[in-house]
Structures are given as structure tokens and as C-alpha cells.
Design a protein around this ligand. Structure first.
Ligand code: CO
Length: 134
């Protein structure tokens, strides 16, 4: 059911420092910071040949990433995103299997302008999983 790894999202306290680390130390191509107030984050996209890494810095008061940073002051992997061909079919299949879909259970438009859902980390080996319509 799941297809390509779309991205790995890493929460960071200092986006400028993390961008410099990926650009200068690791030699990756990094984007300019992109504020996404509707998701409570500012994002830098790290473009790799086979996937992306997204560096997420909390933005605003009730950012979901702020709590993560409070628990993980050095930052850390926040979620991984897999592509699916049909997000509604994927959701229904997962719910039937007992997996918990976060929020309302309806797909929202994610950071790339495509429908996404998040799955409960306790149901997926301790990892927050994002599904994105391919
Ligand atoms: Co994501």
C-alpha cells in the first residue's frame, strides 16, 4: 500500500543553524525557510537525490512541534511520510485494521498542497507516520 518515502521531517530548535549544518557540513541543497503558519512550522526543504528531509522549526504559540522540542531539546526525527495512491482507501483500510488516524480522520492539505493524514505513533512502532496522496 505505501509507496515512496516522500520525506523525513526533523524538528529543530534553530532552523538557521540546522540549514547551515545540512548545507555546509553535509553539502546538501537546502531551500530558503518557508513559514507555514497553518501548520505551526517554518520549513526548510533539503533536496536529496531520492527523497527530501524537512527541517521543522516551531512557529507560533500552539505549534505541534514546540511540544516535541520541549521534550527533545536537541531536536529529533518528528515524522516520516509515505506516499499512497489513494489516501481515502488507505485510511479506510488502516482504520479497519485498528490503527488510529489523528485529528478528524479527514485528510488535510499538507505542506506540499496535497491531502495528508497522520497515524498514531503508538500504532506504528513509536513513529508518527504521515501519509500523502501521491
Ligand atoms: Co511531513
Amino acid at each position: 500500500m505505501i509507496g515512496r518515502l516522500n520525506h523525513v521531517a526533523i524538528a529543530v530548535r534553530d532552523l538557521a543553524a540546522a540549514s547551515a549544518l545540512y548545507r555546509d557540513t553535509l553539502g546538501a541543497r537546502v531551500s530558503q525557510p518557508l513559514p507555514q503558519p497553518e501548520h505551526g512550522v517554518t520549513v526548510v526543504f533539503v533536496e536529496l537525490p531520492n527523497t527530501k528531509v524537512e527541517l521543522l522549526e516551531p512557529l507560533g504559540e500552539d505549534s505541534p512541534v514546540a511540544k516535541f522540542i520541549a521534550r527533545n531539546p536537541d531536536g529529533g526525527i518528528h515524522h516520516i511520510c509515505y506516499e499512497v495512491d489513494d489516501i481515502i482507501a488507505a485510511r479506510d483500510r488502516l482504520k479497519e485494521s485498528g490503527a488510529r488516524v489523528l485529528g478528524s480522520g479527514e485528510p488535510r492539505i499538507g505542506a506540499h498542497g496535497k491531502p495528508v493524514l497522520f497515524l498514531h505513533p503508538k500504532d506504528f512502532t513509536g513513529t508518527l507516520v504521515e501519509l500523502e496522496q501521491a
